[in-house]
Design a protein around this ligand. Structure first.
Ligand SMILES: [Zn+2]
Ligand SMILES: [Zn+2]
Length: 329
């Protein structure tokens, strides 16, 4: 795997499609551009991959070709989570749905977003005479849990962008503590299936009749990963709250500081404003995305302005991947 480092930061990155080492969650930046796409930066689309499922956050025009370039496949897409109904974030949905049907997808797809997303999907179905080969479960949500499983919860929170816009927080459940081999041996639990049962939270009975409980052989529970997506938005308290100690904060970083007036007027953020959010939230890392095409080739200036406030910042690139491993405690 090819990796490179951004100056002043300690990120390990790879290009999409390369062989990757074991990871727990992977974030793939499929589109990192502004309202007008460029050759290098397509419209906003992000994929989070976990345990064979993928979740798309926004789905800009050209998303499906970016998915193919990244070799992610469309079958594993479990849900599309829409931040808001500006065209640059949703115009990739019709084409993607049609390709899914062409591929005879049969498993359901969730589409989640703010008020209006149902109407948008209805228009796609009706105006394009589109008949999906699979069930599309569309859900309009406010600030609440958007998607829940036993292993993770995706929460929404409101952003400031002039129209109803939602940020998303992908939070994994806590994981069981590390298995304490020496303790298991000391208690006389023989190596084999009983270890597995204890690790999965079951009490086991030894040959001598005594019970061993999981808490006796497991260390403290370990935190799950937390990824926060806040695009498009001004910096806001809700994002700070959602991103507290997040492993990764992906934030609108459309402008440089000299254009802060434009950021304010258009409901976006500067690199420095995004860095302040990350710093206040004590996030582990910040990725700036949704860069305005006016700054083509000036990525280093984004890094410079943001890293003055929050050193663990990088600027997203199309097809860049970030692999996240669980923190050990
Ligand atoms: Zn927008
Ligand atoms: Zn946008």
């Amino acid at each position: 795997m090819r990796t490179h480092r951004h100056p002043g930061c300690s990120f390990s990155l790879s290009k999409a499609g390369e062989n990757c080492y074991k990871f727990c969650m992977k974030v793939v930046f499929l589109g990192t551009g502004g309202t007008i796409p460029t050759e290098k930066r397509k419209h906003p689309t992000l994929a989070i991959i976990r345990e064979g499922e993928s979740f798309l956050f926004d789905c800009g025009e050209g998303a499906q070709t970016q998915i193919f370039k990244a070799r992610l496949g469309i079958a594993p897409i479990r849900a599309i989570l829409v931040s808001h109904l500006h065209g640059d974030h949703v115009l990739g949905i019709p084409g993607l749905l049609m390709t899914m049907t062409q591929g005879n997808r049969s498993h359901p797809l969730s589409i989640i977003g703010p008020t209006g997303v149902s109407k948008w999907i209805r228009h796609i179905r009706e105006d394009l005479a589109f008949h999906a080969s699979f069930e599309i479960d569309v859900k309009e949500v406010g600030p609440e849990r958007a998607l829940v499983s036993s292993e993770y919860v995706i929460h929404t929170f409101p952003l400031e962008h002039g129209i109803p816009t939602m940020g998303y927080r992908f939070q994994e459940a806590e994981r069981p503590g590390r298995f304490l081999v020496e303790e298991a041996m000391r208690l006389g639990v023989p190596k084999g299936p009983l270890w597995g049962r204890l690790q999965s939270g079951h009490t086991v009975r030894l040959e001598g009749g005594e019970d061993v409980h999981p808490r006796q052989v497991l260390g403290p529970t370990r935190p799950g990963l937390k990824i926060v997506y806040a695009v498009d938005s001004r910096p806001c308290e809700e994002t700070v709250e959602a991103a507290v100690e997040a492993d990764l904060l992906i934030h609108d970083g459309m402008f440089l500081s000299e254009d802060v007036d434009k950021a304010r007027a258009r409901g976006h953020s500067t690199a420095a404003e995004a860095a302040e959010v990350a710093q206040r939230a004590k996030a582990k890392r910040l990725v700036l995305t949704h860069l305005s095409p006016r700054y083509r080739g000036e990525e280093n200036r984004f890094i410079k302005q943001a890293c003055k406030i929050f050193s663990q910042t990088i600027v997203a690139e199309d097809l860049m991947e970030i692999e996240l491993s669980h923190r050990e405690v």
